[in-house]
Every structure is written in structure tokens, then in C-alpha cells.
Design a binder for this molecule. Structure first.
Ligand SMILES: CC(=O)SCCNC(=O)CCNC(=O)[C@H](O)C(C)(C)COP(=O)(O)OP(=O)(O)OC[C@H]1O[C@@H](n2cnc3c(N)ncnc32)[C@H](O)[C@@H]1OP(=O)(O)O
Ligand SMILES: N[C@@H](CCO)C(=O)O
Length: 384
């Protein structure tokens, strides 16, 4: 069954020059999604894109899980005239994500605004966006929705589930919730449990949004642009590093050179001020504020040990080959945590991306990502 992509998703994807993804209804009123919170949600639609072909055994699938503000376009759809996907450089013949070999699936997460049901979707009864009435969702709920999509697509088992940041949180939950459905996992710059540092940053971002007079308790018609922009500006500081900022900006440059719709008043004196305001405005144009609140809360509640015992016991349950990649300059999900994760996983191995770009390096350092993932996939193939 194909459902329409909600208005916000349609506008935002079109603004970025992206086509409308496929959408499937995986839960409906007769069979609602039972959320971890105890609430139910229906209908639930999933926006997704696939690359390559599923083999007759249904076993050559790779699930790519996206980060906080990502979407289903991990790469440009074949033959489409649109901007590259967010992991475009990992795609192609001979690259780690080779669609001649694998059936690659990427879906927009529950609670987001790129076609999957979330706060900007229309409430089935009121016909208006859910807004603040959208229920709290967790990473496990996101994964259950992805599993329903895989069932719909006929995927029996994943050759690999992979993701960075929030994507990595989903991957860990995949290995724990549906161990029989995953043959290997790869996580990059992620967390087994959201740290107090990360929760603190998210809380400051949420308060920036909800303190904006244009937020209107979440029932805005136009985005609370200053609040959302400010949230992104703060997040962008945590996604990069002291060195990347200091190397990137020329203090003598005319900071106002780039023309854009600045959500804030006042003169911009330094290039970095202009850059951050621009990044804020870019997010206002493409991401819904209520979705930001919903997803950041889901990340804060993330804890793979919840209901499962201590961390060592929980990770010991993941028996499949597992790659854990750290980023040398990651301030948000530190490199040491990724090494620790690999040490605690029975078949874990660790690799490092050396970069000055901080947490976002998993969206930037494609040569290193290619090498690390290529090697892991080769090992998996030899072991098969
Ligand atoms: C807009 C999109 O399509 S994002 C795609 C969907 N999003 C995702 O998948 C989430 C993951 N992606 C991301 O978080 C980001 O896109 C990243 C990390 C991959 C890269 O971020 P980017 O913003 O593209 O890169 P970067 O930090 O180098 O900033 C470059 C932008 O800042 C602008 N910029 C640079 N310096 C300045 C300045 N002093 N003043 C104003 N603008 C500036 C550049 O002109 C460029 O603008 P553009 O995006 O319109 O081309
Ligand atoms: N830059 C990423 C978040 C970092 O994981 C995003 O906007 O999705």
C-alpha cells in the first residue's frame, strides 16, 4: 500500500532537489505499532529507497541506518538527476556499498520528517500535523518499524546493518532485538547509552527551540526559526572540533559575503558566525522543529542495557562479527568509547578514522571509511 508523503517532507525534499521516496504503510489501525512507552501509533508509513536486487534467498541485503537529520537517500537513486546522497562516496562498483553485490536499503526513521511518520505527518483524526501530540518514540521503536519494512520487502536476513551516530544506536538495537536477522554489524561513532554530556547538549538545543516565541507550544504554522537555528548552531559545534573550526575559517575574510536568509539580527563579524547562522538556516529550511525534539529525546533515552542487564552481559549477546569505528577527534561519542565497545563485543574489532573534523567525520572522511569498511567486508566474505 502506498501512502502519500506528508506536505513538509514533500516540500523539504523538493527544496533540496530530491525525488519523493517510496512509501509503504507498515502499521495501520487494525494493527497499530506498540511503542516502548506503552502507547500505540497508527498509521505508520515508512519512506525508503533501495539499490540493487535482492537475491532469491533474500540474504544479500545491507541496511544503512541514518543519523539524526538524515534521510533515505544514502546515495542518489540510479539514473536520477539530483544531489548526491549522504554516503554517496561509499557507493559504486568496487566500493563497500556495491549495489551489484548487495541489495541496499535505507529508510527514513520513525519520528523524522522525510516521509516516515513523525510529528509533521498529518494526524488521522484531526487532519492537522501531530506536532506536540506525537508520542515519544525510542530507538527500539525505530528498529521495529525498519523490521516491518524488511518483512514487506522479503528480506530474510541482513548481510550487514551499518550506521553512524544515531544510525549506530539503531544497529546495536538491531543485533539485540532481532539477532536471527543480522549476520554482521558495523557502527561508527555511536553510543551504547547516551552520555550525560550528549543529553546536556540536546537539552540546551531543545530549550532553544521551545523558548522561541514562534514555537507556540509546538503548534506553529511556520517553523520557530530562531530556536531551531540556534539548536543546530550548538549541535554543529559538538559535531566538529576545535581544530576543524580554527583551520576552516579565515578571520580576515568578509563574513557577510555569502547571501542567505539570516534568522538572526545583528552584524556578523567573523566568518564562523556567518557559517553557523547559515547552518542554522539550512536546517530550518529542511527539518521540522517538532521532529528535532522527538528524535533528540529518543537519542537521550537510548540505553542498550535497559531491561537486559549490565553492559558486559548485554553486549555478550551480540555473537556476530562487529566492527566498531571511532573518530580520533570526536567530542560527542569519543573514540575511547568505540574501542571499549569493540572490546566488549565477543567478535568485535576496532578501527579508527584519523580526522580533525570531529564527530561529523563519518560524513566527511570517505577515503578512510572506504578502506575500513572495504577490509571488514572482505573479511566477512572470506569467512562465509
Ligand atoms: C542540505 C542537505 O542536503 S544535508 C543532507 C541530508 N542530511 C544528512 O544526511 C545529515 C547528515 N549531513 C550533515 O550533517 C551535513 O550535510 C554534513 C556533515 C555531511 C556536511 O555539512 P555541510 O554543511 O554540507 O558542509 P560544511 O560544514 O563544510 O558547510 C558547507 C556549507 O557552509 C557554507 N559556508 C561555509 N563558510 C561559510 C560562511 N563563512 N558563511 C556562510 N556560509 C558558509 C558553504 O557555502 C556551504 O554551503 P552549502 O551547503 O549551501 O553548499
Ligand atoms: N550531522 C548529523 C548528526 C551527527 O550525527 C546529522 O545532521 O544528521
Amino acid at each position: 500500500m502506498n501512502a502519500a508523503v506528508c506536505d513538509f517532507a514533500g516540500r523539504s525534499l523538493a527544496w533540496r532537489g530530491l525525488p519523493t521516496p517510496s512509501v509503504v504503510r507498515v502499521y495501520d489501525e487494525s494493527r497499530p505499532l506498540e511503542l516502548e512507552s506503552g502507547q500505540t501509533l497508527a498509521p505508520v508509513d515508512v519512506a525508503y529507497h533501495t539499490y540493487g536486487r535482492l537475491n532469491p534467498e533474500g540474504s544479500n541485503a545491507v541496511l544503512v541506518c541514518h543519523a539524526m537529520t538524515g534521510d533515505a537517500y544514502v546515495a542518489r537513486p540510479d539514473g536520477a538527476d539530483c544531489p548526491p546522497g549522504w554516503w554517496q562516496d561509499l557507493f559504486g562498483p568496487g566500493a563497500p556499498l556495491d549495489s551489484r553485490k548487495y541489495f541496499i536499503i535505507c529508510s527514513n526513521i520513525l519520528g523524522s520528517c522525510y516521509g516516515t511518520t513523525g510529528p509533521s505527518s498529518l494526524h488521522p483524526i484531526t487532519g492537522r500535523p501531530f506536532g506536540p501530540d506525537f508520542p515519544a518514540v525510542g530507538i527500539r521503536d525505530m528498529v521495529r518499524v525498519q523490521k516491518a519494512l524488511l518483512d514487506h520487502l522479503g528480506v530474510r536476513q541482513l548481510a550487514l546493518a551499518i550506521g553512524g551516530s544515531l544510525g549506530g544506536m539503531q544497529v546495536l538495537e538491531w543485533a539485540l532485538l532481532f539477532p536471527e536477522r543480522v549476520r554482521a554489524i558495523a557502527t561508527i561513532a555511536t553510543a551504547v547509552r547516551h552520555s550525560d554530556w550528549a543529553i546536556g547538549l540536546n537539552e540546551a538545543a531543545r530549550l532553544a527551540i521551545t523558548s522561541d516565541p514562534e514555537w507556540l507550544g509546538g503548534r506553529y504554522r511556520e517553523q520557530p526559526k530562531r530556536g531551531l537555528a540556534l539548536a543546530r548552531m550548538m549541535a554543529m559545534l559538538s559535531y566538529r572540533h576545535y581544530d576543524s573550526y580554527n583551520q576552516n575559517f579565515d578571520r580576515s575574510a568578509d563574513a557577510g559575503e555569502k547571501a542567505f536568509d539570516d534568522p538572526f539580527e545583528g552584524k556578523r563579524r567573523f566568518a564562523v558566525e556567518s557559517y553557523l547562522r547559515y547552518q542554522g538556516q539550512k536546517l530550518v529550511n529542511r527539518f521540522d522543529a517538532n521532529c528535532y525534539l522527538t528524535i533528540s529525546r529518543a537519542m537521550d533515552a537510548h540505553d542498550i542495557t535497559r531491561g537486559r542487564g549490565c553492559l558486559r552481559t548485554t553486549l555478550a549477546r551480540i555473537k556476530v562479527p562487529a566492527l566498531s569505528v571511532g573518530i580520533s577527534s570526536d567530542l560527542l561519542y569519543p573514540d575511547a568509547d568505540q574501542r571499549n565497545l569493540a572490546d566488549l563485543l565477543p567478535r568485535g574489532r576496532y578501527a579508527r578514522i584519523n580526522s580533525i573534523h570531529g564527530h561529523d567525520a563519518f560524513l566527511i572522511e570517505f577515503d578512510q571509511m572506504q578502506n575500513i569498511l572495504g577490509e571488514f567486508l572482505k573479511e566477512l566474505e572470506h569467512a562465509a
